[in-house]
Design a protein around this ligand. Structure first.
Ligand code: UDP
Ligand code: MN
Length: 371
């Protein structure tokens, strides 16, 4: 049937004509497909209020005792551990936005980052978890640090999970922007700090004085292992980044800070679900001009933030039954249950790597040891 219609068609049309027709059809389909994806992207990009956002906890109290007190470069605030809270309150507040998501390394990353942030005065840590629900264990971690924090949960819309390049951390950054907007926060400075990056404490002393938008180098980015503004006469004149991709602002998410009074002037500020172009689009949405950028980190000659990455390893399955763990009458039951809840590893009696116990250089299986 199909073959006969094709052969009829071949009789009517010249094969070259048929080829051109098919080519046109293919082109039309391609154009439609790109248009449709663009429409989806636009739809999600234009509104930040409609994303799923749950406020899990808002904790504004600061219970920290500072062991490290930096010299404030601008206001020259006293460097003594006995400085009063009014001194600290005079410093512009930093809203440090961290997108995070449940995986094996999550608790480790947030412990390390949280303990960096414990040294930073007048800061609010907005931790936005890419998750359907509020993770109580994450909340305990945040609350134990003693610093002011906002715990949000904001899952990535399902449709983006199947994209070729997944927009990582976008739903959560949008949730944080939405929280800042709905709480009408116009005093202080916004900074996007991923959970796996590494931050030098000097970064905070400098970014908190951002008037509009400040920029600085980010280490370990791309093929140059650095992404940085290029400075001449104390002004940003261009960018050094190995992936220009026609971006007006070829910078990394960790390479800029924004004053919240300035941000508030742009009610349509947004971050689209467009992998690789989030920074560019965000900075375009706040009307940035190159001559307004404030270069930091000693005229962009120092690296205060590193785009470190934790290698992905699948959470292992350990072969040990719950009963065996109970029989062991040891810490292992609670430890392994806790780790399993964190997604660090899992255990099962029916499969996985053998559970071994060692003492005095000798090993035996956990099953025989537990009996
Ligand atoms: N992230 C997220 N959901 C995801 C993947 C990533 O919220 O599905 C967060 C992640 O915790 C990190 C940021 O988005 O803070 C950037 O992701 P990642 O570090 O994996 O990407 P990179 O920028 O290092 O390539
Ligand atoms: Mn990362």
């Amino acid at each position: 049937m199909i073959f006969s219609s094709i052969s009829k068609l071949l009789h009517i049309c010249h094969p070259r004509k048929l080829f051109i027709m098919l080519l046109c059809l293919g082109l039309m389909l391609y154009l439609y497909a790109t248009y449709a994806t663009d429409q989806i992207d636009k739809e999600f990009a234009s509104v930040i209020e409609n994303d799923t956002l749950t406020v899990c906890k808002e904790n504004f109290s600061d219970k920290r005792q500072f062991v490290y007190v930096p010299q404030d470069p601008v206001s020259n605030i006293v460097t003594s551990t006995t400085q009063t809270s009014s001194h600290v309150e005079k410093l512009p507040k930093i809203y440090f936005v961290t997108p995070t998501y449940p995986r094996r390394e999550q608790m480790a990353e947030l412990t390390r980052l949280g303990q960096t942030l414990m040294h930073v005065q007048n800061i609010v840590w907005i931790v936005a978890d890419d998750s359907e629900s509020c993770n109580p264990r994450l909340d305990t971690l945040l609350s134990n640090l003693g610093l002011p924090y906002i715990h949000l949960s904001s899952p990535m819309p399902f449709m983006y999970k199947s994209h070729k390049s997944i927009p990582r951390g976008v739903s959560n950054r949008r949730a944080a922007l939405s929280w800042i907007k709905s709480n009408k926060i116009t005093d202080g400075v916004l900074y996007f700090g991923d959970d796996d990056n590494t931050f030098d404490l000097r970064l905070f002393s400098e970014i908190r004085h951002t008037q509009k938008v400040s920029m600085f180098p980010v280490g370990l980015i791309g093929d140059y292992s650095i992404s940085s503004p290029i400075i001449k006469n104390n002004k940003v004149v261009a960018f050094f980044d190995s992936w220009p991709a026609k971006r007006t602002w070829p910078v990394d998410m960790a390479g800029f800070a924004v004053n919240l009074g300035y941000l508030a002037k742009y009610p349509n500020a947004t971050m689209p679900y467009k992998a690789g172009y989030e920074e560019d689009a965000f900075l375009k949405s706040i009307g940035l001009k190159i001559n307004e950028i404030e270069p930091l980190a000693l005229g962009c000659t120092e690296v205060y933030v590193w785009h470190t990455q934790t290698t992905k390893t699948k959470a292992p399955l350990i072969k040990v039954a719950k009963d065996t763990l109970k029989n062991s009458k040891s810490n292992l039951m609670l430890l392994l249950t806790t780790l399993s809840e964190m997604g660090v590893n899992h255990f099962s009696g029916s499969g996985g790597v053998k559970a071994i116990v060692s003492r005095d250089g000798k090993s035996k299986s956990l099953i025989s040891w537990a009996h």
